[in-house]
Design a binder for this molecule. Structure first.
Ligand code: ADP
Length: 291
C-alpha cells in the first residue's frame, strides 16, 4: 500500500480507528495519468456551477423576467454558484502554488501556537454564527517549528474550517498545540514511520532518528468519517458521501492542500475518526527547539 494504516492508542473509546498518512507516494505511480485525471476532474467540477449559472441566467431572462421576487431569488442562487466557483479556483491556485516548491523544504521558523491562535481569532466569528465554540490548549511559550508560517497557517485554517463545518450547533472544536514529547505515543510513532519510510532525504538516518516533532491537533464532535473512507481523505476532489442535506458543499481540495503542505514540510498527518462521535486531524512538523 502507499498509505499505511494502523490502530493507535488515542483518546477515544474501544472501537477507535486511526490512520497515519506519511509520505504518500501515490503521485509517483503515474504522474501523467494523475495529471490527466486531475484536469478532467477540475474541468468537471467547474462545469457544474457554470451549468447552474447558465440555467439561472436563462430563467431570469425568460420565465422569471417579470417578477421581482423571482428574480431576487434566482440572483441569490447565482451568488451561491459564483461563490462556489470562486472557492474552487482559489483552491486550485493554492494547490498549484504549493506544488511548485514542494520539493524545496522550508528553512523558516514559525511558532505553531501563534499560528493556531491567529487562525482561531479569525475563525471565531464564523464559529459563533454556527454556535460552535473553539477551545485552544497550547503552551504559553512559542512552539517553534521548521516551517513556513503562511503554509502552516493554511494547514491549520483548513483543519479548523472543516471542524467547524462538521460540528453540530453547541458543539466544541478542540485545538491542541504541543511541543515535541507532549504526546509521547504519537510522536514516537511518527518518528518510527519516518525511519521506515526512509524518505527524509536531506537528513542522515541518525539525525532523522533524533528529530522531534511538534503538532497541532484539531478535534471535532462531528459525524466522523467511516473507516473505509479514511485512506481516501486528501485525494483531490474526494468527498465523503453523506446523506442528502448533510452535504457541506466543499471543494474536496482542502485536505489535498493540507497533505501537499505537510509533504513539503516532511511532516505527517494523523487522522483519527470515530463515526458518530467525531474526528481529529493532527499535523506533525519538525520542531526547531533544541532539547
Ligand atoms: P472539502 O473542501 O469538501 O471540505 P476536504 O478535502 O477538506 O474538502 O475534505 C474532504 C472530505 O473529507 C469532505 O467531503 C468531508 O466529507 C470529509 N471531512 C473532512 N474533514 C472532516 C471532519 N472534520 N469531519 C467529518 N468529515 C470530514
Amino acid at each position: 500500500g502507499h498509505t499505511r494504516c494502523y490502530v493507535a492508542p488515542m483518546t477515544w473509546g474501544a472501537d477507535r480507528a486511526a490512520m497515519l498518512v506519511f509520505h504518500d507516494q501515490t503521485a509517483k505511480i503515474s504522474t501523467e495519468r494523475l495529471r490527466a485525471d486531475f484536469l478532467a476532474n477540475a474541468s468537471h467540477e467547474l462545469r457544474t456551477p457554470l451549468a447552474s449559472l447558465t440555467l439561472l441566467i436563462e430563467t431570469i431572462a425568460g420565465p422569471a423576467r417579470d417578477s421581482v421576487e423571482e428574480r431576487d431569488r434566482f440572483l441569490a442562487m447565482m451568488q451561491v454558484q459564483a461563490e462556489r466557483m470562486r472557492r474552487l479556483i482559489a483552491d486550485l491556485l493554492s494547490l498549484s502554488r504549493i506544488e511548485l516548491d514542494e520539493h524545496v523544504p522550508p528553512s523558516d521558523r514559525a511558532d505553531l501556537a501563534g499560528v493556531a491562535r491567529e487562525i482561531i481569532d479569525t475563525a471565531a466569528s464564523v464559529a459563533e454564527e454556527r454556535g460552535v465554540r473553539i477551545e485552544l490548549t497550547a503552551p504559553a511559550k512559542p512552539v517553534t517549528v521548521v516551517g513556513e508560517r503562511f503554509q502552516l497557517a493554511q494547514v491549520v485554517q483548513n483543519l479548523i474550517d472543516n471542524a467547524i463545518k462538521y460540528t453540530p450547533r453547541d458543539g466544541v472544536v478542540l485545538v491542541e498545540v504541543g511541543a515535541a514529547g507532549d504526546r509521547e505515543e504519537t510522536v514516537a510513532l511518527a518518528g518510527r514511520r519516518w525511519d521506515e519510510a526512509g524518505r527524509v532525504a536531506l537528513l542522515t538516518p541518525a539525525a532523522a532518528a533524533n528529530r522531534s516533532y511538534a503538532y497541532v491537533r484539531v478535534e471535532d464532535s462531528g459525524p466522523g468519517v467511516a473507516r473505509r473512507f479514511l485512506p481516501r481523505l486528501g485525494e483531490r476532489f474526494f468527498r465523503v458521501e453523506r446523506e442528502m442535506g448533510d452535504e457541506k458543499g466543499g471543494t474536496g481540495l482542502g485536505l489535498a492542500i493540507v497533505k501537499h503542505i505537510m509533504n513539503r514540510h516532511r511532516g505527517g498527518l494523523l487522522v483519527e475518526s470515530q463515526p458518530g462521535r467525531g474526528s481529529a486531524f493532527a499535523a506533525y512538523v519538525e520542531s526547531a527547539e533544541v532539547d
